[in-house]
Ligand binder design. Structure first.
Ligand code: PLP
Length: 465
């Protein structure tokens, strides 16, 4: 299968090259040239498959002709063998026809493990086959860094460098990264904020001449196509468990960069009967404003109690826009040019299609904490702050009670004890067993000045031969 850029001005690439490339040279994002489609009969025949078996069915068409079936099966099995729950993505009922899809059973307690465990194993396979070594460089405000490190820690052909803003990530989040002591894992605590980290990574991708001969940077942020692809699977898994394709299912998704919910949109285009797709945002509500008022204006970042959704611009939204504009790359190029000044508005046609596909809702911290309290009072189920936003957005925008509503739980509450405590829980939620000694483990990281030359020198010096 070939992959094309949303801005229409970059060469089409193979699957393997897309995984290694990240952003297209024209500034766009890669999407499949043709989306695989499954018939209702075929989807129905998947009822009862394990998560891993289903993942194979959903992913195989995207990698056809490049990754052999036996290799793909092994990559999938290895990726989900690190999860603590045999169902991989278990469903828990919290109300009438309302379900929580627990996507936090992976090694770092957030849904990002679904994509990054898979991406790590996939990169390992591709790089070994090509006898190639790469450097993974990324910036994190919390969840991405630890999931990427867990995904890459066993990859011989990868050196991974993750920048986090020194003293500005939570203790749990920092320790999940810095207690991984493999020789190919490098944590950099930058004397700056998250934007400084991100700008440094961006600039380094732009000019990679600081790297040792023969090395290139690989991006593992949410624009990497393989991450989106791996996330399509759990929509099918939950849908099948709740009666699809014989009956439709709805999903509510706590949204930041639009990666997770875009995977849901793809599942629908591929044949899964999805009724509602709910975009749930915190006070950083650019997507909610876009859908409800056609106001896609960049605003200052607000620091919320759901920090993994604190974004000003949702980068994967461009992939949806590409479809909304009839896959016309030049329209997207123009739109993104307009947006550089800080604002853009959608055409009537694009907006009305977007509104047919998505509903949206926004919650501030107070409303979010009220939801944690209420759900706990009624079910004794403790939501993390991101998941709480999804649950309330589902309740506020739900059209039909007879269609199951699945709320994606993107993190374990123990990852965000501050929000849970503020919501009135007296005891901090306990870390799962495998992480109970997190605060006793040895940490390793380097504190570096907010100076790109110093950081690049550090990277070049620490890449293994
Ligand atoms: C990354 C993240 C999100 C947002 O996901 P997107 O794919 O960026 O929309 C939501 N919740 C948690 C806990 C996350 O880590």
């Amino acid at each position: 299968m070939k992959y094309i850029s949303t801005r229409g001005d970059a060469p089409a690439l193979s699957f393997e090259d897309v995984v290694l490339t990240g952003l297209a040279p024209d500034g766009g994002l890669y999407v499949p040239e043709n989306l695989p489609k499954f018939s209702q009969e075929e989807i129905a025949s998947w009822a009862g498959l394990s998560y891993q078996e289903l993942a194979f069915k959903v992913i195989a068409p995207f990698v056809a002709g490049e990754v052999p079936d036996t290799e793909l099966k092994k990559i999938i099995d290895d990726s989900y063998s690190t999860f603590r729950h045999d169902a991989i993505a278990p469903l828990v009922q919290t109300g009438h026809n309302e379900w929580i899809l627990e996507l936090f059973q992976g090694p770092t307690l957030a849904f990002k493990d679904f994509a990054l465990q898979f991406l790590g194993n996939l990169l390992d396979y591709i790089l070994k086959k090509r006898d190639q070594k790469v450097v993974v460089m990324g910036a994190t405000s919390g969840d991405t860094g630890s999931a990427a490190i867990e995904g890459c820690r066993h990859c011989d052909n990868i050196d991974i460098f993750i920048l986090h803003p020194n003293k500005r990530v939570s203790d749990v989040q920092r320790r999940q990264m810095t207690t991984v002591l493999e020789k190919n894992v490098h944590n950099i605590a930058l004397e700056g904020n998250f934007d400084d980290c991100q700008n440094m990574v961006k600039a380094s991708f732009g000019d990679q001449s600081f790297l040792p001969e023969g090395r290139q940077l690989v991006a593992v942020n949410s624009i990497n196509w393989a991450r989106i692809m791996a996330q399509i699977v759990y929509y099918f898994y939950a849908g099948l468990a709740l009666g699809a394709p014989a009956r439709p299912v709805s999903f509510s998704v706590p949204t930041g960069n639009f990666g997770d919910i875009f995977a849901g949109y793809l599942a629908k285009q591929m044949g899964l009967p999805i009724d509602q797709l709910v975009i749930a945002t915190n006070a950083n509500d650019i997507l909610h404003r876009c859908i409800s008022e056609n106001d896609h204006t960049k605003k200052d970042l607000i620091h919320s109690l759901s920090p993994s959704m604190d974004i000003m611009v949702s980068s994967n939204f461009e992939r949806l826009l590409f479809d909304l504009y009839g896959r016309d790359g030049s329209s997207i190029k123009q739109l993104m040019e307009d947006f550089k000044s800080g604002s853009m508005s959608l055409s009537e046609e694009a907006l009305s299609t977007a509104r047919e596909l998505f509903t949206s809702y926004r919650l501030d911290d107070d409303e979010m904490m009220e939801v944690i309290r209420e759900v706990f009072d009624h079910t004794e189920y403790l939501l993390d702050p991101h998941t709480a936003i999804g649950v309330q957005a589902a309740r506020k925008t739900r059209r039909r009670q007879d269609i199951p509503m699945v709320c994606l739980s993107t993190a374990h509450p123990a990852k965000f004890p501050e929000a849970v405590r503020k919501a009135g829980q007296t005891d901090d939620p306990a870390l799962p067993h495998h992480m109970a000694d997190l605060f006793d483990r040895e940490e390793r990281f380097d504190v570096l000045d907010n100076d790109i030359a110093a950081v690049q020198k550090h990277i070049a010096a620490n890449v293994r031969a």
